[in-house]
Ligand binder design. Structure first.
Ligand SMILES: N[C@@H](CCC[C@H](N)C(=O)O)C(=O)O
Length: 289
């Protein structure tokens, strides 16, 4: 089959976007991997499929597949910004704000007048079983009232949370010196994370700025990870290190993360995380799969 795609990027995290609003489309893991393959296919971190939705109040279904494995995942923040840019540029909706549903949550996406995109990423999830993270037999170290969990065999401590997809965040002194390529895959596949995990390396620069590298589950290190930025900043806020609005510097660009739960009582922990950043179309093409 011949498949039309649009290559997009948000802070360097790149995507193949496929419009499946007019016809049902099922791609096999091998076809998805071909799209994701940088040597023999198109090349991208994730494949985003746009489907129509019949759910009340929902404009589109937003499906996400990791490009290297073809596995469907729950959430992709940088992809969400590209999603609403695509829908607008292709005239699939004239609305500046749309609501989409992923496999496990609803998101609100807004095109801003300054050219950037804001996404209501929903509330972070801290229940370990829902991340999922198996903490049996472990004792966390508390910092600012939040837990840092030891992964003793790797000699690191991680904050654990979900943005709809699983994240482990570790504090580092300097992201440039961090052993991301070595430690990333070891934490990603650690037995304590039964569905694997995205791994963030977080350097605190000030109370309103951080540097971040993320080793993504099934994708390796990417230039930026939107859910990773949200998870890392929320972890930093709960550890008492960050204020409520934070600039995240990644290798592919800057993202702004805001969360009303920072420094607040537990009543505000279910406040949504708001992410703002760029989204751009790179080129369009067709591939034979
Ligand atoms: N690039 C993403 C996250 C994509 C999914 C992730 N690799 C996972 O497996 O959960 C983002 O911008 O959030």
């Amino acid at each position: 089959m011949n498949l039309r795609f649009t290559k997009m990027q948000g802070a360097g995290n790149d995507f193949c976007v496929i419009d499946a609003t007019q016809h049902a489309l099922t791609l096999s893991p091998a076809q998805l991997q071909r799209l994701g393959d940088r040597r023999f296919g198109v090349g991208c971190d994730q494949i985003l499929v746009i489907e129509s939705s019949r759910a009340p109040g929902v404009d589109f279904r937003y499906r996400i597949f990791n490009g290297s494995s073809g596995a469907e995942v729950e959430h992709c923040g940088n992809g969400a910004r590209c999603f609403v840019r695509y829908v607008n540029e292709k005239g699939l909706s004239a609305k500046r704000s749309i609501t989409v549903e992923t496999v496990n949550k609803r998101l609100e996406l807004h095109l801003r007048d300054d050219g950037r995109v804001s996404v209501d990423m929903g509330a972070p999830i801290f229940e370990l079983a829902r991340v999922p993270f198996n903490a049996e037999g472990l004792s966390p170290r508390l910092q600012g009232g939040f837990e840092l969990w030891p992964l003793a065999d790797l000699g690191v401590e991680v904050a654990v949370l979900s943005m709809g997809n699983p994240h482990a965040v570790m504090l580092v002194d300097d992201v440039d010196q961090s052993p991301v390529a070595q430690l990333g895959p070891q934490v990603e596949t650690h037995a304590r994370f039964p569905r694997k995990v995205n791994v963030g390396f977080l350097q605190i620069v000030s109370r309103s700025a951080v540097r971040l590298r993320v080793f993504e589950r099934d994708a390796g290190e990417t230039l930026a990870c939107g859910t990773g930025a949200c998870a890392a900043v929320v972890a930093g806020m709960r550890l008492g290190l960050l204020d409520a609005a934070v600039e995240v510097q990644t290798r592919g660009g800057d993202l702004k993360i805001e969360w009303a739960g920072a420094g607040a009582s537990s009543a505000a922990l279910d406040a949504p995380v708001i992410m703002t950043g760029p989204a751009q179309t790179v080129f369009e093409g067709e591939i034979s799969l």
